[in-house]
Design a protein around this ligand. Sequence first.
Ligand code: ADP
Ligand code: ASP
Ligand code: MG
Length: 423
Amino acid sequence: MGLIVQKYGGSSVADAEGMKRVANRIVAAKRDGNQVVVVVSAMGDTTDELIDLAEQITPIPSGRELDMLLTAGERISMALLAMAITNLGHEARSFTGSQAGVITTSTHGRARIIDVTPGRIQEALGEGAIAIVAGFQGISQDTKDVTTLGRGGSDTTAVALAAALDADVCEIYTDVDGVFSADPRVVPQARKLKTLTYEEMLELAASGAKILHLRCVEYARRYNLPIHVRSSFSTNEGTWVVKDHPEGADMEQAIISGIAHDKSEAKITIVGVPDRTGVAARIFQAIADADINIDMIVQNVSAAATGLTDISFTLPKSEGPDATVILQKLQGEVGFASIQYDDQIGKLSLIGAGMRSHPGVTATFFGALSTAGVNIEMISTSEIRISIICRQGDLERGVKAAHTAFELDADQSEAVIYGGSGR
Ligand code: ADP
Ligand code: ASP
Ligand code: MG
């Protein structure tokens, strides 16, 4: 007998039919002799709709109240799913994140899990019940307020619970058959990947592929917990995210495993910055003090005549307004000319462990972008990733061109999108 943690995303439980379909799958896993813990997301686009609703009330809702509102979405799902399972003659008990022992930091909207104490889940399992847990939420250790883990955070709830319960596997059920070489909504010719290493999946998730939440992959790597990403609408084998590619897979291993794109970032350019020691430190310290995450940074060579330079950096759009206000306050002290804010950028990233041993990846990539008429505005690299910033309107064209250039296109379209609005 094994212990399985299954996570069902919003598109898998979008309506009553979906709930019943998922309930049947869960019961089948239980009938196979497993103990089953299920993590569930809010139905369909509920989280987005709740955010829209809050914005109609106030443009800047308080973090505490927004978290209270959003966590209601997962509570609706967990109760309905428990009812659907009960209807099939099996005992199911639903738990909020707090009841399941998900203890977090107190930063609303992007709290981090610091501990998981799943006593009540173990009790339910011990009594033969299926435990259903509301994803994406926890309780702050300090304030005892309800928190959320950031968009897509139910994946992280699932992996954190799987690690705490020492589960055999964590299955992430979604609306596509696994992790593909690119988002199948953008590249219909994308290929399903059999395996991915934690390292590759981390880079993909960090580069905007929302198929898995970044923290969930970090967690899985730390506990060496295998993740099986698959569709709740089919019985196809999905993608395994594991420590190493299996023996022999290296031969077929492409140089590039996947291409990710991201439209959620903005670019700030600080124009006319005095090129003096300590200026960049002053600017980025102020940004860090506000807990704002930045991604790429580019500083131009300063013009000899003026001794001035421009610094550009990217950050999540959601943090753009705060960062702009902070920089405006610094303008007098640092003495730069102006700030430009651009939220029409896109980020395109190539990821693959094979990059380490294959020169020429950059040349092929840039050649493909140039042929597709995509202008590169910023570049950053890691050992197994190359990312560029371009105009948002050019992004999808760039993704398709790079996918073809690295010979990733499947001969026959194999990517099926079973549900979801892609929102
Ligand atoms: P869920 O609601 O199940 O959590 P998400 O919408 O968060 O689902 O994630 C699934 C979606 O991720 C897919 O529908 C797909 O559009 C998108 N996606 C982005 N990159 C990839 C990729 N490389 N492989 C598969 N899906 C991807
Ligand atoms: N419902 C949350 C969201 O839409 C969490 C999740 O689905 O993982 O972001
Ligand atoms: Mg998700």
